[in-house]
Design a protein around this ligand. Structure first.
Ligand code: GLU
Length: 477
């Protein structure tokens, strides 16, 4: 298994981690990075990486989103050891299928009166929130239903009022833990209002199912977004009340756009799908994400195995990381240029001309790959290679005219004899005109491609249909 050969940093050996997406939308770069870090930690530590679907919010969760998230994770090759499609004795891995387990824990909390039914309506809660904000206090649950008598509860139930279940936060406590990224954390329980752990429709709320599942799935380390830091004390209270094991938490800094605001749509593409569909390579995206909020001495393009060896959870930084489209493009260029022939062909296949046979497609791809960063960059070269004779770029006319007709007559004759063979054409022109260097190559490049710059000429010619070189050169003879 990846990473088994290198010892994990102290305290992480055998780490069981998880990625816990809520299928309410696309896989965003921030979540993809969370998945990557958890994957790498498990691989580095010789542990396990789990995929848990947090779909208890039935209104917002959609099967189509889950399918898309799984597809993106597979594309990134962040393979999970257990998940919704690959069960084990800790599963099922969809929270919507774990209701029976949650009921058991709800009942345990009920027995110790650690939770109580709350009949407050959303409207009442909103009014209370506004009133608190209006008087300059941070909003938290006012405790309205905390001390209802059994009789009052029965009456409200009899009226058919729906009830959520709230966790009774103990007063006067200090809740402390050491965050893997942010260090020692301390919260006062008096700042935390009683919070909902079961919705009125009976489904488990995030704080509850998330904590219960980490404990019951044997998760030892949780790397997640900083936006969850304030949730952790609540989850610690739940786990403590139930006597369940507590994972180590690390809250990873947010990803910001170049302007310092949290990365969002207005910065451009933010979902993995958008990058995938515009032809980004998974290894390019992974290499950029790997270095956002994680410092590494490895500066080259790494595969997942290399990243797992280089991943160090103690090198996760507190400072927010900036997503940098330019840097991503640098990784993309390197990843694209390193592709083996068959993978390069598969990558560019969607933009290749229909009906192109495999050998021709391979020759074309090999010729242009060094000049391509994204698949769309292949299109102009397709026109050059397979299209009608290209017009010369503006300054090219003069260069071609200066080379003269004899130059091109010799070139066209050589092409008629030898086909699209650059060395044969070059030596015929040299013999006939005595030209060398740029004076020899530039007019040929211009006549053949219309441009003064581009991929290496010999392979480009080889990729052209038979007779193409001759026809293009003969235009100037
Ligand atoms: N479903 C939560 C989310 O997507 C998971 C949070 C966590 O990793 O604990 O934000």
């Amino acid at each position: 298994m990846i990473g088994m050969d290198s010892a994990a940093p102290a305290g992480f050996d055998g780490a069981v981690t998880r990625f816990a997406p809520s299928p309410t939308g696309e896989l965003h770069l921030g979540n993809a990075r969370t998945a990557l870090f958890n994957f790498l930690l498990a691989r580095r530590a010789g542990g396990r990486f789990l995929l848990r679907v947090e779909d208890t919010d039935l209104q917002r969760s959609q099967e189509a989103h889950l399918t898309a998230v799984l597809e993106d994770l597979r594309w990134l090759r962040l393979d999970w050891d257990a998940g919704p499609d690959r069960g084990d004795d800790r599963g099922p891995y969809r929270q919507s299928q774990r209701g029976a387990l949650y009921v058991r824990f709800f009942e345990a909390l009920e027995r110790q009166e650690a939770i109580y039914p709350c009949f407050c309506t959303p409207l009442e809660l909103e009014a209370s929130r506004r009133a608190q904000l209006g008087s300059g206090r941070p909003p938290r649950y006012a405790g309205t239903c905390r001390s209802l008598s059994e009789e009052e509860r029965r009456r409200k139930r009899a009226q058919g009022l729906p009830a959520t279940a709230r966790f009774r936060v103990p007063s006067g406590r200090r809740i402390e833990f050491i965050d893997l990224v942010h260090g020692p954390q301390s919260f006062l329980s008096d700042d935390i209002g009683d919070f909902v752990i079961r919705r009125a429709d009976g489904t488990a709320a995030f704080f509850f199912s998330n904590a219960i599942d980490d404990a019951s799935m044997g998760v030892t380390h949780v790397l997640r977004g900083e936006d969850h830091l304030a949730n952790t004390p609540r989850q610690l209270l739940i786990l403590e009340a139930l006597g369940l094991p507590v994972p180590r938490y690390g809250h990873v800094s947010l990803i910001l756009g170049p302007d310092g605001a949290p990365l969002s749509k207005r910065h451009g593409a933010t979902s993995v799908r958008e990058y995938r569909e515009s032809g980004y390579r998974p290894e390019a995206l992974l290499n950029h994400l790997f270095r956002l909020g994680h410092s590494s001495a490895e500066h080259g393009l790494l595969d997942l195995e290399g990243m797992a060896r280089a991943f160090d959870p103690t090198h996760l930084g507190r400072a927010s990381a900036h997503f940098d489209a330019q840097q991503l493009r640098v990784w993309q260029k390197e990843a694209a240029h390193r592709l083996p022939a068959d993978q390069a062909l598969a990558w560019l296949a969607p933009v290749l001309p229909a009906g192109l046979g495999e050998p021709d497609a391979k020759a074309f791809v090999a010729a242009i790959l060094p000049n391509v960063v994204l698949p769309e960059d292949a299109l102009p070269w397709e026109r050059v290679v397979f299209g009608p004779p290209p017009e010369l770029e503006p300054d090219g006319e003069e260069v071609v005219r200066k080379a003269g007709e004899q130059f091109f007559a010799a070139a066209a004759q050589a092409a008629a004899r030898s086909g699209n063979d650059l060395p044969a054409i070059v030596s015929a022109v040299r013999a006939s005109t005595g030209k060398k260097g740029a004076e020899l190559y530039m007019p040929l490049r211009l006549a053949l491609t219309g441009r003064s710059h581009g991929p290496e000429l010999a392979p480009l010619l080889k990729a052209m249909p038979a007779g193409q070189a001759q026809a293009r050169l003969a235009r100037f003879a």
